[in-house]
Design a protein around this ligand. Structure first.
Ligand code: 5GP
Ligand code: MG
Length: 178
């Protein structure tokens, strides 16, 4: 019998419970820091969709949302360092208190690009909220204001993160062996 494409092996790194606890803490910090204000959360698609969805439900602030989609890795897990906007913002950023919501900072190319892109549009303030960071992989420096987890140099899937578009819907964050 012919073998089907074998799935890469997955190991749970952060459970859905751990993620919820961490996202609640980030939301609490954001709530304190933005009390009485109306920040604009800019979610970097697609990976941050689940993080954003949970974060905004916990944050108890009158946030506004926008989305930006940039291309970086494509279908592969190798970073090219070349980033471009695939889908731009729909709301003006000038004068707004902007918080960028990212799934993961790896080499830093994507986030550095997004931060630069937004800064050129003259927000009143610009902060970065990241669920996971892989600091050992960093090539471009990125200043993370709100960080959930520090992760090892492994490829992560789940809770929004994909491997060739699969596994985004896993409730845990897992590592896979490629
Ligand atoms: P960077 O530009 O920092 O190297 O990578 C940024 C983007 O690459 C992230 O926003 C994410 O979409 C993708 N990426 C980086 N590391 C991982 C990973 O471990 N798993 C997944 N699924 N995507 C990653
Ligand atoms: Mg991302």
């Amino acid at each position: 019998m012919e073998e089907e494409d074998s799935e890469p092996e997955r190991k749970v790194l952060f459970t859905s419970r751990q993620i919820e606890g961490t996202v609640r803490k980030l939301a609490e910090k954001l709530k304190q820091d933005y009390q009485g204000r109306c920040p604009l959360f800019v979610s970097v698609l697609k990976g941050s969709f689940m993080f954003l969805a949970d974060l905004v439900r916990f944050v108890e602030l009158p946030v506004e949302l926008d989305f930006i989609r940039v291309s970086s890795y494509g279908q592969s897990t190798l970073s090219g360092g070349k980033v471009r906007v695939v889908h731009g913002l729909s709301l003006p950023v000038a004068g707004r208190e902007v918080v960028v919501i990212e799934d993961i900072v790896d080499t830093g190319y994507t986030t550095a690009f997004v931060i630069d892109y937004l800064r050129k549009r003259k927000p009143a303030s610009l902060k970065l909220c990241v669920l996971t960071s892989k600091p050992t992989r960093r090539i471009l420096p990125v200043n993370i204001d709100y960080l959930g987890f520090t992760a090892p140099d492994k490829f992560l899937v789940g809770y929004g993160l994909d491997y060739a578009e699969k596994f985004r819907n896993l409730p845990d964050i897992c590592t896979i062996e490629e």
